[in-house]
Design a protein around this ligand. Structure first.
Ligand code: NAD
Ligand code: ZN
Ligand code: ZN
Length: 369
C-alpha cells in the first residue's frame, strides 16, 4: 500500500466535491512529492464544477498551490527536500515549435494532453480507494494533502513568504501581474483599465502600478471590490452596474479612451466593453473566459483603428523566472497578497469556499492544511 491522503474529488459537474482518502500512484524519477500547505480557489476550478469547462472525471481540482517538498526523485534537479515551492500549471517540453518561439503556454505536449487531464508524462499519479484512476485538473489537482508533480512544476521560493500568500502566485497573481508586466506594453504614465476585480484583476491593478501606469481605472459591479482595488493602487474606480464606464473613462483620458485595457471578469459584456474603452492604437488583453462554445458580439467599429487585441493565459508566465520575483515583491511590500485572502478554510469547507466565489463574496478563499 502506497501513500494515502485526503483529497477533494469531483465525480460529476454540478455536484459537490467529496473529501476522500485517495492513494498515490507510481512515482517517476523526475517527480517530486509535495505536502500541500495552501490552495487558492480560482474561478477556473469553479468552471469545471459548473460544467462550462469540460474535463474527464473523477478529477482532482486545485491549481493555485504552495507546499513543502517531501520527496525528490533520483532524476529531479535543482530542488531539495524541505524547499518551499509554488506549483506551476504550465509544464512544457522546452523544444517544440512553440517552446522554441518562447511560448511555453502553447507547448505542443502541454496543449496536446490538456483535455485528458493527466500529468505531463500522460499518466495519473493518484487513484480512488476502489482503484479507479483519478484525473488531474491543469496538470496539478492540488486540493489535497499531497500532490506529485514533475520537478519542473515545483518552483522554489523564499521560505519567509507565508504559504497562504505564496499559493496565490501559482495562478491568479501570476496571471494578473504577468499580464501587466509580461504581456501588455504599458509605458510609464499610461492609463490602464482593469475590468473585473477578483484575484486576477486585483493582481492586474498591482501589476499596472508596478509597470508605472499613471491612471489605473478599476471597473467592477461590486463596490466592495472597487474599494479594495483602490487600496491596492487603482487611482479611479467605476461601478459598471451604475455608471457609464465609457463616458467616465473618456473624461479621464482627454476624450481618447484608455491606452491599455486588461480584462479579468470572464463575461461577454466585459469583453465587449474592452474594445469600446480602449483608445485608437491602444491595447486590449483578455484574461477571462467563458464557455468556449459561446458567441460574443462586438460592434465592428470598436475593433477598428489600429487596436491590438490579445487573449492571454497565465500572464506570459516563465515560472522559474517569475515566481521567485513575485515572492520577493511580496516580501518587499511592493505586491500585496495578504489583502487578496478573504477566508482561510479547511479542506472540509471547500464546497462553501466555491459557493462564496460563485456569489462574488470572496476574492480568494484559501484552503490551508
Ligand atoms: N487567463 C488565465 O490564465 C486565467 C487564470 C486565472 C483565471 N482566469 C479567468 O479570469 C477570470 C477572473 O478570475 P478570478 O478568479 O479573479 O474570478 P472572480 O470571480 O473572483 O472575479 C471576477 C470579477 O469580475 C467581476 N465582473 C463580472 N462581470 C463583470 C462585468 N460585466 N463588468 C465588470 N466586472 C465584472 C466580478 O464582480 C468579480 O469581481 C475568470 O474568467 C477566470 O476563469 C484566467
Ligand atoms: Zn486559476
Ligand atoms: Zn514544448
Amino acid at each position: 500500500m502506497g501513500l494515502t491522503y485526503k483529497a477533494a474529488v469531483l465525480h460529476a459537474p454540478k455536484s459537490p466535491l467529496t473529501i476522500e482518502t485517495v492513494e498515490a500512484s507510481e512515482f517517476a524519477p523526475d517527480d517530486v512529492l509535495i505536502r500541500i500547505k495552501a490552495v487558492g480557489l480560482c474561478h477556473t476550478d469553479l468552471e469545471v464544477i459548473e460544467g462550462t469547462l469540460r474535463n474527464p472525471m473523477p478529477i482532482l481540482l486545485g491549481h493555485e498551490a504552495a507546499g513543502i517538498v517531501e520527496q525528490v526523485g533520483a532524476k529531479a534537479r535543482g530542488i531539495s527536500v524541505g524547499d518551499h515551492v509554488v506549483l506551476s500549471w504550465n509544464p512544457h517540453c522546452g523544444h517544440c515549435f512553440y517552446c522554441d518561439r518562447d511560448l511555453p503556454i502553447l507547448c505542443e505536449s502541454y496543449l496536446g494532453q490538456a483535455s485528458r487531464a493527466v500529468q505531463f508524462d500522460g499518466r495519473s499519479r493518484a487513484r480512488l480507494s476502489d482503484g479507479r484512476e483519478l484525473k488531474h485538473f491543469m496538470y496539478l489537482g492540488a486540493l489535497a494533502e499531497y500532490c506529485i508533480v514533475p520537478a519542473q512544476q515545483a518552483i522554489v521560493v523564499e521560505r519567509e513568504l507565508p504559504f497562504d500568500q505564496a499559493c496565490l502566485i501559482g495562478c491568479g497573481v501570476m496571471t494578473g501581474v504577468g499580464a501587466a508586466l509580461n504581456v501588455a506594453s504599458i509605458r510609464y504614465g499610461d492609463s490602464v483599465m482593469v475590468i473585473g476585480c477578483g484575484a486576477v484583476g486585483l493582481a492586474a491593478v498591482q501589476g499596472a502600478r508596478m509597470a508605472g501606469a499613471g491612471a489605473v481605472i478599476a471597473v467592477d459591479l461590486d463596490d466592495k471590490k472597487l474599494d479594495l482595488a483602490k487600496r491596492l493602487g487603482a487611482t479611479h474606480a467605476i461601478n459598471a452596474a451604475s455608471d457609464d464606464v465609457i463616458d467616465l473613462s473618456r473624461q479621464l483620458t482627454g476624450g481618447r479612451g484608455v491606452d491599455v485595457v486588461l480584462e479579468s471578469a470572464g463575461s461577454g459584456r466585459a469583453f465587449r466593453l474592452t474594445t469600446e474603452a480602449v483608445r485608437p492604437g491602444g491595447e486590449v488583453i483578455w484574461l477571462g473566459k467563458i464557455d468556449v462554445e459561446q458567441d460574443v458580439a462586438f460592434r465592428w467599429g470598436s475593433l477598428m483603428q489600429e487596436k491590438r487585441i490579445r487573449r492571454s493565459s497565465y500572464g506570459g508566465a516563465r515560472p522559474l523566472r517569475d515566481f521567485p520575483m513575485l515572492a520577493q515583491a511580496a516580501l518587499d511590500g511592493r505586491l500585496k497578497l495578504h489583502e487578496l485572502i478573504t477566508a482561510r478554510i479547511s479542506l472540509d469547507e471547500v464546497n462553501e469556499g466555491f459557493e462564496a466565489l460563485r456569489r462574488g463574496a470572496a476574492i480568494r478563499s484559501v484552503v490551508v492544511f
